[in-house]
Design a protein around this ligand. Structure first.
Ligand SMILES: [Zn+2]
Length: 190
């Protein structure tokens, strides 16, 4: 294995590949199908509030825990994030990922490792950044966002909110994704 970190384009590519393999390249992305394709058992449980998600990889067994007390959009993001760890960081044998205080995303452009450090987590900041990029690409694939956005006026907050509902993500996650894809002017407010 090489130690080269996947760049954003590679992460986007891997996310789309997973969606196609799972027959889940559709809106909203069906995470149950993705879980089946990745052979992950998903458990929704009431966890401590600061814990968003956990991924346990032990041999061939993969289990993801999602905090069932969080908003459903947040649960989807957490699960997609754990899938990101599995797809991108599963090459080093058994691993345990515990994600605390997981934030959807930092400001566009603020992609330094520091912004992703989770003091209570077992993961490295670059892994957090990559898993978040994967989650965003998995839940809001570029091609599908462009397709859905074509008939909308994205300068209207209501349209962004509509798009967010369509994809089952938070307004914030959708705004950031739209900015990233160049479909929305950066607001500087996020
Ligand atoms: Zn993580």
């Amino acid at each position: 294995m090489t130690n080269v970190r996947p760049d954003r384009a590679e992460i986007e590519r891997r996310a789309v590949e997973v969606l196609r393999r799972a027959s889940a390249f559709d809106v909203p992305v069906d995470l149950e199908k993705v879980a089946r394709a990745l052979e992950v058992n998903v458990h929704f449980e009431a966890l401590e509030d600061k814990v968003s998600g956990v991924l346990v990889v032990k041999g061939a067994e993969r289990n993801a825990l999602v905090n069932a007390t969080h908003h459903s959009n947040r649960q989807r993001f957490s699960l997609a994030h754990e899938f990101g760890h599995l797809v991108l960081h599963d090459s080093e044998g058994d691993r345990l990922f515990i994600d605390t205080n997981l934030r959807v995303y930092q400001r566009v452009g603020a992609s330094t490792d520091d912004a992703y450090s989770q003091p209570d987590s077992t993961t490295k900041p670059h892994e957090e950044r990559e898993a978040n990029q994967f989650a965003s690409a998995l839940l809001m694939p570029c091609e599908l966002v462009q397709r859905e956005a074509v008939s909308l006026d994205l300068s209207e907050e209501a349209d962004v909110a509509y798009l967010a509902r369509t994809f089952g993500v938070s307004d914030q996650a959708m705004s950031i994704r739209l900015q990233q894809l160049g479909l929305l002017r950066p607001t500087g407010l996020l």
